[in-house]
Design a protein around this ligand. Structure first.
Ligand code: SAM
Length: 369
């Protein structure tokens, strides 16, 4: 069953297609020139829905193409507490995966039911400890702003998770996405609650020795997600699989997100790309700004960026969402970063750097949606 907030690509009742899917992902890799890979991320969903032998086939196939996973700078697999069984954890460890990202969302059994999760917090703890015994570096995903969640619940979630001693935490404010059960139920978000929850989180995690390094991510020193940071600093990446996205030779592409179309394309020897775009000029600069601003340390603001986005930068700075620091000497560039308020309203900031840039075009895009 899909979680009530989730709009990620997912299929039910297609277990029979899983072997075919694994073979297709590996065949898709062969449709690209050999690339040197130094990080691997299997996720954006729940890969541990595959069986242990399918995971072994997938990861073994990737290793034979890109080199042993244990030799990569980082190899992460996402997992849900329901599916991360002992045999699957063994398969991941044997394949050389060093990092697991576990979706918990909340430690409250009442709220887990509210969001459509079928595991309890004790199920999660069992999986977490089992993964820990195998030596994985561990991330835990939490969500805030869930229907019926109080600030006390947020504090209790943080206490419960910190008690397990994870290496990394990803904490997301609920977004009500179209085509989800929450959208159908017209779940409403409370920005004041999100702000209070984030305040509580920033304080608690700093006190527990976690560094806030990206809008939604905290890490113990040296445990930052190398692969994800690569995405935020615009490093190229090969994206494989149904609904995957990638960035190669200056082109961002997205794959088919319909399983049938994806499988058919790959099996005919065609790259299953649905859309591809080479970003240039202002769009390119805007994307770099938007991605790098996700990092709490911000970015060095180049004169080209300043020139291209002067009105947006002035307006966001005047609203107290962005700040410019340093840049006092003739050779050094100022650092642009989100303020604390900007961290709460990050999506409002990022929107300004994504086309269409003209207010008239923006209004038209909104109206045709
Ligand atoms: C692709 S999901 C992976 C889920 C994980 N494999 C599991 O099932 O436990 C990645 C994370 O994004 C977050 N997420 C997903 N949908 C969200 C939404 N609508 N609003 C906020 N966060 C969301 C959740 O914390 C989730 O664990």
């Amino acid at each position: 069953m899909k979680c009530f907030y989730c709009d990620f690509t997912a299929f039910s009742g297609q277990n029979a297609a899983a072997d075919r899917y694994v073979a297709a992902v590996l065949a898709e890799a062969d449709l690209y020139p050999k690339t040197a890979v130094d990080t691997l991320y299997v996720g954006g969903g729940t890969p541990t829905e595959l069986s242990a032998s399918q995971l072994t086939a997938l990861l073994g196939g990737l290793a034979s193409r890109f080199g042993p996973l244990s030799a990569l700078r980082e190899a992460t697999v996402e997992a849900s507490p329901e599916s991360a069984s002992e045999d699957r954890l063994d398969a991941l460890a044997d394949a050389g995966v060093g990092r697991l990202s576990l979706g918990l969302q909340t430690a409250s059994d009442r709220l887990l039911k509210t969001v459509g999760r079928s595991h309890t917090f004790s199920d999660f703890k069992r999986v977490f400890r089992s993964a820990r015994r195998r030596g994985f570096s561990l991330n835990v995903d939490l969500m805030q702003g869930l229907p019926g969640q109080s600030l006390k619940d947020v504090g209790a979630d943080l206490d419960a998770v910190l008690g397990l001693d994870p290496d990394h935490l990803s904490i997301y404010t609920l977004q009500v996405e179209d085509r989800t059960l929450f959208a159908k139920r017209e779940v409403e978000l409370d920005p004041d609650f999100a702000r209070d929850a984030m305040d509580e989180t920033l304080g608690r995690l700093a006190a527990a020795g976690f560094r806030h390094y990206e809008v939604s991510n905290w890490a113990k020193p040296g445990r930052e997600a190398v692969h994800n940071v690569g995405y935020w600093i615009d490093r190229p990446g090969l994206g494989l699989g149904c609904g995957a996205s990638g960035y190669l030779d200056g082109v961002r592409y997205e794959n088919e997100d319909r399983l049938k179309n994806y499988l058919e394309a790959v099996e005919r020897g065609r790259r299953p790309v649905f859309s591809a775009e080479r970003l240039e000029g202002k769009a390119r600069l805007g994307e770099t700004l938007m991605l790098r601003l996700r990092l709490v340390e911000g970015l060095s603001l180049t004169p080209q960026m300043q020139l291209a986005f002067r009105p947006e930068l002035d307006a966001l700075t005047a609203r107290g969402l962005l700040e410019l620091v340093g840049g006092g000497c003739s050779e050094c560039l100022p650092t642009l970063r989100l303020t604390r308020e900007g961290l709460f309203l990050a999506n409002e900031v990022f929107r300004e750097f994504v086309p269409p840039f003209d207010e008239h075009d923006r209004r038209q895009t909104r109206e045709t949606k």
